[in-house]
Design a protein around this ligand. Structure first.
Ligand code: SAH
Length: 252
């Protein structure tokens, strides 16, 4: 974001030259009271569909800013389609993990309830707010979809057959059939005529139970991978796995 632009915000509105709308609530507060922007200042807007637009603040009020959309700066970019499935962990690390997954380009985030999930409480609207904030900051053109939490067995029962699950198995290191992320992707691409859609599954701090590990590995579309000989924290594993996927199959 060039230094003259003071803010980049995600909006639901359609974006086209001349479109006018009011930013109120948290966004109006942020522009007017936090950033103290005045009429005549330009900001960047994106909505996940129409690319990135330069927009002018034409009037400010009490925690509100009237906006007129001016010019299209960047066309909408096709971004990687990687789902991120995770067993919720403690709140602070969970916020961190959602932010990193968004910066690293996942297209969908879904909490998965496993036997050892230590769940205080999960606020999906907070997860979405973190994802939006991270998407604004890292200059993505979309915001990841945040799906409601689902139990592991229900997730697997209704799994779409056109998408593979990269099962990050903390015990995978001792399993000769468990490859590194890169090798697993190369193997799949070798026996598939076209690249497949992927999801990454990361367990809770307590790991997957033996019964869950068996249930997951029984699924047709599951590709177990190891993230090396050390046991990573769930948020570390998320960053490592998504990074590796991006470098082998994403847009890096
Ligand atoms: N407490 C568990 C580890 C859980 S780590 C134990 O001590 O065994 C949380 C999650 O991160 C795991 O369920 C797994 O999905 C992922 N993970 C951590 N280290 C990993 C590794 N070396 N290989 C693959 N996945 C790993």
């Amino acid at each position: 974001m060039s230094k003259s632009i003071k803010a980049r915000l995600y909006v639901e509105n359609d974006l086209c030259a001349g479109a006018e709308f009011l930013l109120s609530g948290n966004q109006g507060h942020y522009l007017v009271n936090v950033m103290r922007l005045k009429a005549g200042i330009f900001i960047l807007l994106f909505n996940g569909r129409d690319g990135e637009w330069l927009a002018e603040i034409v009037k400010v009020g009490k925690g509100k800013a009237s906006i007129v959309v001016r010019d299209n700066i960047m066309a909408q970019r096709v971004e990687p389609d990687l789902w991120y499935l995770f067993a919720p962990i403690k709140k602070a690390r969970l916020d961190y993990m959602v932010e990193k997954a968004t910066e690293l380009g996942v297209s969908l985030i879904r909490p998965v309830l496993t036997e050892r999930t230590n769940l205080d409480r999960l606020k999906e609207d907070k997860i979405r707010a973190h994802a939006i904030e991270a998407a604004e900051q890292c200059e993505r053109f979309t915001v990841p979809t945040v799906e409601p939490m689902i139990k592991l067995d229900k997730l697997l029962m209704a799994w779409p057959e056109d998408r593979l699950i990269m099962f990050c198995d903390e015990e995978g290191d001792q399993d000769p059939n468990c490859f590194s992320v890169g090798k697993a992707i190369d193997e799949v691409n070798a026996w598939q005529e076209r690249p497949r859609k992927w999801a990454i599954l990361i367990g809770p701090e307590g790991g997957f139970s033996p019964a869950e590990r068996t249930l997951i590995r029984q699924q047709a579309n599951v590709v177990p991978v190891t993230l090396g000989p050390r046991i990573l924290r769930a948020d570390t594993a998320a960053v490592a796995a998504i990074t590796l996927w991006q470098s082998f199959a994403g847009d890096w």
